[in-house]
Ligand binder design. Structure first.
Ligand code: 13P
Length: 248
């Protein structure tokens, strides 16, 4: 059976004091449950110190496609490895829409992450206009194809895919379990057409207004293998409940 993995995406939130309280609360509560938190770069050392030896992994929310050099303000994959990151989010819709990241750049970042031994959490998902225009599958396919063309389908054996419909992110509007399941099944089917074994093992997370109150109905869908959690990952009780719902 595939594992379930819930990851928190803290986005640009937190402080040393707030993080200390949050990490201290989730660590014992999630003992034995595989989970992850993707924190802002300055807090990687704090997450590492707090979570080392626990079942909770940590990671970042972005990385450079370049290995090193004159790229002011960028952070490389090997720097993330220096802080023992397991995961890095790539292609989050906020990176794509607010910072102009193209499918091609996302694919380069995905490859840079894997080359350094990080597991990329590759985000895909359609906007509201795209859903209403009936092109959800085309959009998700295009985003996936860019990575598969660059890195090969086998690379997905060392990656996580997160389906995050843009219209459900931070809006309180969750995709219904049926809507999410349909896209997850589409993603798995698309990968299966190229490599059935990779598809069978691929962890596909759902993200977009997941809360303790709706986690169970999402996590029990056959092709939903966990979640990528924004706002609710900042609230210890919410995040703990979501992780437990996925683990059950
Ligand atoms: P919310 O859970 O706040 O909707 O954010 C989802 C998300 O973007 C996680 O990456």
């Amino acid at each position: 059976m595939r594992k379930k993995l819930v990851a928190g995406n803290w986005k640009m939130n937190g402080s040393l004091a707030e993080n200390a309280a949050l990490l201290a609360a989730i660590k014992p509560a999630l003992a034995g449950i595989e989970a992850a938190v993707c924190v802002p770069f300055p807090y990687l050392a704090q997450a590492q110190a707090a979570l080392a030896g626990s079942s909770i992994a940590w990671g970042a929310q972005n990385l450079s496609d370049q290995a090193k050099g004159a790229y002011t303000g960028e952070v490389s994959a090997s720097m993330l490895r220096d802080f023992a990151c397991t995961y890095v989010i790539v292609g989050h819709s906020e990176r794509r829409s607010l910072y102009g990241e193209s499918d091609e750049l996302v694919a380069k970042k995905y490859m840079a992450a894997q080359a350094a031994g990080l597991v990329p959490i590759l985000c895909v998902g359609e906007s509201l206009a795209e859903r209403e225009a009936g092109v959800t599958e085309q959009v998700v396919a295009r985003q996936l194809d860019a990575v598969i063309a660059a890195a090969g389908v086998a690379s997905l054996a060392n990656a996580v895919v997160a389906y995050e419909p843009v219209w459900a992110i931070g809006t309180g509007k969750t995709a219904s379990p049926e809507q999410a399941q349909a896209v997850h099944a589409f993603i798995r089917g698309k990968v299966a057409a190229l490599d059935p074994a990779v598809a069978a093992g691929l962890v596909i997370q759902y993200g977009g207004s997941v809360k303790a109150s709706n986690a169970a109905e999402l996590m029990t869908q056959p092709d939903i293998d966990g979640g990528l959690i924004g706002g609710a990952s900042l609230v210890a009780d919410e995040f703990i409940a979501i992780c437990r719902a996925a683990a059950n």
